[in-house]
Design a binder for this molecule. Structure first.
Ligand code: MV4
Length: 448
């Protein structure tokens, strides 16, 4: 096992990783930007190094500075968390060439799955359903028109190098397809340095269901069931839950097994998430793989009892998975609300600043993962998530009641938060009955 790990991230996920390391008897090195200097969670690390100015491009994205801290701190491994360098295959490569284990998948499977078009091809090869669309990349407008006529409008043009909704364009007819194709190409070229595009049929009113997987270095892959992340706004997830409130048992089995087949085919190791769209008839379609730990991982931890951060570290250290698929339970219902310092009444504008008061909820089945505290100043340079409130209860009805109670107890003063919006969502009949799609929040609480 590793003796010392560097945490290449900040905020709640840095704290989450520091906590796991402490419990495992692993020493830690934390890095911080000038905006995070003095943050309380950094005191939980054995050593800390400043890696530069507040802007991510000058600090948390600086491979050279992070590797320098790792060398000086004499660590054997780096945990990247999520965001920043977590899915950067070049960073994983540099770590390993410096003889530092990158706690995540191999460079090869990151590259294979990071390209959405090649991920789609692998899925097809192993019988994982994909959205009807182009065989491979689409070179020009004429080809795009031909494919759109085959599969039928509306279609979505997606960037092979994109993901998470970036670089997508909807086309309703020939005319809009031509301009959408050019816009998507220019945008993808500018954003990702690659203008490669593919086309999919547009699935209307889908749910977003994702499957957590773990793979070890010996070819074993298991799934840890699904999370339903349908409650989101502009590609930002707001509420996640497990199990999905709607999937029929046979669909649930099929989607989880499909995720495992895909991971095995890609030689996937460590923790990852396979994302699917689910249509109104519960047909499911693979869309992309997230090759990292995710914000919403606690939902899966609560229902399975498996600590995903510890699992990541053990896998990276070369340990085989300690459980078989049939030993992975799913107990009860877990729900997570992302608490953001944003103003839902002002188009979710970030609300950074000093938290004057913070009262954290507790009690049976309540978990609050956060680096925030009274007196903490939320810096304006990073995403505005200040914590995650997670509940675990025997039934969904009880989980919703528990979350509403916990949100009432949660008191945050000094910054505006998304808490009042969550109270409205949790009280909404459509959410309570599970009858929602990915447009629910934007339709029900429209803002500019
Ligand atoms: C789609 C889609 C409909 N049809 N693909 C958005 C994020 C990225 N992972 C893929 N996304 C979508 N792909 C087809 N063929 C609708 C979305 C989508 C979406 C997906 C999941 C959760 C929220 C979403 C919000 C808008 C669009």
């Amino acid at each position: 096992m590793f003796q010392r790990i560097l945490v290449a991230n900040r905020g709640e996920i840095a704290l989450r990783i520091l906590r796991a390391c402490r419990e495992m008897g692993i020493e830690t090195v934390a890095v911080f930007s000038e905006a995070d200097r003095g943050a309380a969670y950094l005191e939980l690390a054995d050593e800390t190094y400043c890696i530069g100015p507040p802007k991510p491009a000058d600090s948390y994205l600086r491979i050279d500075r992070i590797i320098s801290a790792a060398e000086i701190g004499n660590v054997q491994a780096i945990h990247p968390g999520y965001g920043f360098l977590a899915e950067n295959a070049h960073f994983a490569d540099v770590c390993r060439s410096c003889n530092i284990e990158f706690i995540g998948p191999t460079t090869e499977s990151m590259q294979l799955l990071g390209d959405k078009n090649s991920a789609r091809q692998i899925a097809k090869q192993v019988g994982v359903p994909v959205v009807p669309g182009s065989e491979g990349l689409v070179r020009n407008e004429a080809e795009a028109v031909r494919i759109a006529h085959q599969i039928g409008f509306p279609v979505l043009i997606k960037a092979a190098a994109g993901g998470g909704g970036r670089g997508m364009r909807l086309a309703l007819n020939d005319l809009s397809l031509k301009s959408a194709f050019q816009q998507a190409q220019a945008e993808a070229e500018a954003a990702f340095g690659s203008g490669e595009l593919y086309i999919e049929k547009y699935i209307e009113h889908p749910r977003h269901v994702e499957v957590q997987i773990l793979g070890d270095n010996y070819g074993n892959v298991v799934h840890l069931w699904e999370r339903d992340c349908t409650i989101q706004r502009r590609h930002q997830k707001l509420i996640e839950e497990s199990p999905s409130p709607v999937l029929r048992p046979e669909v649930r089995q099929a989607i989880c097994q499909a995720a495992v087949r895909l991971a095995k085919a890609a030689g996937y190791t460590n923790a990852g998430t396979v994302e699917f769209l689910v249509d109104k008839d519960q047909n499911f379609y693979f869309i992309e793989v997230n090759a990292r730990i995710q914000v919403e991982h606690p939902v899966t931890e609560m229902v399975t009892g498996i600590d995903l951060i510890k699992a990541q570290i053990r896998i990276a250290a070369g340990e085989p998975l300690p459980f078989r698929q049939e030993d992975i339970p799913h107990r009860g219902v877990a729900i997570e609300c992302r608490i953001n310092a944003e103003d839902p009444k002002r188009n979710f504008r970030p609300s950074p600043g000093k938290i004057e008061q913070l009262i954290v909820p507790g009690g049976f089945g309540v978990r609050f993962d956060s680096h925030a505290h009274a007196g903490y100043t939320v810096p304006p340079h990073y995403d505005s998530m200040i914590g995650k409130l997670i509940v675990h209860q025997p039934t969904r009805q009880e989980a919703i009641a528990c979350m509403r109670r916990a949100l009432q107890e949660l008191r945050i003063q000094g910054v505006t938060t998304t808490v009042p919006l969550y109270q409205e969502i949790l009280a909404h009949p459509a959410f309570v009955s599970g009858q929602v799609d990915t447009t629910f929040v934007e339709r029900t609480w429209p803002s500019e």
